[in-house]
Design a protein around this ligand. Structure first.
Ligand SMILES: Cc1cc2nc3c(=O)[nH]c(=O)nc-3n(C[C@H](O)[C@H](O)[C@H](O)COP(=O)(O)OP(=O)(O)OC[C@H]3O[C@@H](n4cnc5c(N)ncnc54)[C@H](O)[C@@H]3O)c2cc1C
Length: 386
């Protein structure tokens, strides 16, 4: 797996299959048993973090040069997919570790990469990504958070909203305005540490789903950091943030197909057992057609996601289209499949005694974050394939 980008677009290699088997076994043994409780209690899935870190699966994308596994983009997708199949909240550990740290990997100085990618790989802390603000969601370039240069330091002030794993993560990539006259070209990216003076967090948001993944505001109150914590040159932060999303939308697609696979697997087992009218409901053609449609849509979403992963690995020119298309399509498919899974369980599907209700709630977020699916369509329309 290490460093390999030589894989078939539409079929996984033996190494990828081995990785999938390993992650599936780990997820079923160490993560699945806590998924319902994590959702019910809205608590961080520490068991998942421990299991992923113990097996070096928490941030497989970090290159070997910085003490990481150097896994390719498809391997990262497979890890996230298999964790999401049993617990979407837990899959945000590897997914957001990539989202938060990728700006450093793409645009950071050698010193920043060594320090922060190394710390992530060595499990010294998780990474988060702080772009959104209360008044700047889809229009992220409208952000207000300021970073003002003062000698060898920058002083940051502002509020970041909806930050996944905030409070748990030790490291934050924060986008802030350094030149208010230049809009997106006046935004710069910085690494902020949880322990920096002036950093604090809001109360966890009360959400519909992914309840085990803490989402909080991050407050920056006169946070003074060394100037060399800037990622890339001044004014390049927004471009880095968007380039990052090109790659990480593929990982949200992976989360979506993982959730959908979990729901389909559960529903398939249920309809084989549940009897009405004197036979298993799986014997009714109406049920079989639903399952066939669910499996067909899921496979189409998976193939698009894997094609996008290959493009991410190679940073192909059409990655922007493929990343947005994979995220948009896979998340819509996940919403449809999880809703159908609830339907297949009838009244039981509507209760928390069965996991498909949680999966349906969790699927919804994949249509919203890393840019809503309306925004994905804007991105696709601007980057149509030649
Ligand atoms: C649980 C959760 C976790 C998150 N994690 C993070 C994180 O870790 N880091 C981070 O930076 N952000 C994160 N986000 C923020 C997320 O990316 C934003 O919520 C999202 O981009 C939408 O922004 P908004 O909520 O302000 O909605 P708005 O931008 O206000 O959008 C409202 C509605 O208007 C639509 N809309 C807006 N503009 C257009 C347009 N031009 N054309 C058509 N429709 C449009 C949207 O699609 C949406 O339906 C997270 C959000 C949630 C809910």
């Amino acid at each position: 797996m290490a460093g390999s980008s030589d894989f078939d677009l539409f079929r996984t290699s033996e190494e990828h299959d081995m990785l999938r088997d390993a992650v599936r076994s780990l997820a079923e043994a160490k993560i699945a048993p806590f998924a319902a409780e994590v959702d019910e209690q809205g608590r961080f899935p520490q068991e998942a973090r421990d299991a992923l870190e113990a097996n070096d699966l928490h941030a497989v994308h970090v290159p070997e040069a910085y003490d990481g596994s150097g896994a390719d983009a498809l391997s990262t997708v497979i890890v996230i997919e298999e964790v999401a199949r049993v617990c979407a909240s837990s899959s945000l550990i590897p997914a957001v570790n990539k989202l938060g740290s990728l700006p450093v990997q793409l645009s950071g100085s050698e010193e920043l990469k060594t320090r922060y990618l190394g710390a992530l790989a060595r499990k010294e802390g998780m990474f988060s990504y702080a772009l959104s603000e209360p008044e700047a969601g889809s229009d992220a370039a409208g952000m207000k958070t300021r970073a003002v240069r003062d000698g060898d330091t920058y002083v940051l002030n502002g509020v970041k909203r909806w930050i996944t794993n905030a409070g748990v993560s030790d490291f934050y990539t924060v986008m802030a305005v350094t030149d208010p006259d230049k809009r997106s070209k006046g935004i710069s990216a910085f690494v902020v540490e949880k322990g920096d003076e002036g950093v604090s967090f809001g109360a966890p948001e009360k959400k519909l789903g992914i309840k085990g993944s803490p989402t909080r505001e991050v407050y920056l109150d006169n946070v003074r950091i060394p100037a060399d914590r800037m990622i890339g040159a001044e004014g390049t932060g927004f471009a880095t943030a968007m380039k990052t999303l090109d790659h990480t939308r593929v990982t949200i697609a992976a989360q979506a197909i993982g959730i959908a696979q979990g729901a389909l697997d559960y529903a398939k087992g249920y309809v084989a057992e549940r009897k009405q009218f004197g036979k298993a409901i799986a014997e009714f053609q109406g049920i079989q057609f639903m399952l066939a449609d669910m499996a067909m849509k899921l496979e189409a979403a998976r193939q698009l996601t894997y094609a996008a992963a290959a493009k991410s690995e190679r940073t192909d020119a059409d990655l922007t289209f493929f990343g947005a298309a994979a995220k948009c399509y896979a998340s819509d498919v996940a919403m449809s499949i999880t809703t159908d899974a609830v339907q297949l369980l009838g009244g039981y599907g509507y209760t928390r005694d069965y996991p498909v209700e949680r999966m349906m709630r969790d699927a919804k977020i994949t249509q919203i974050y890393e840019g809503t699916n309306q925004v994905q369509r804007i991105v696709m329309a601007r980057n149509l394939p030649a």
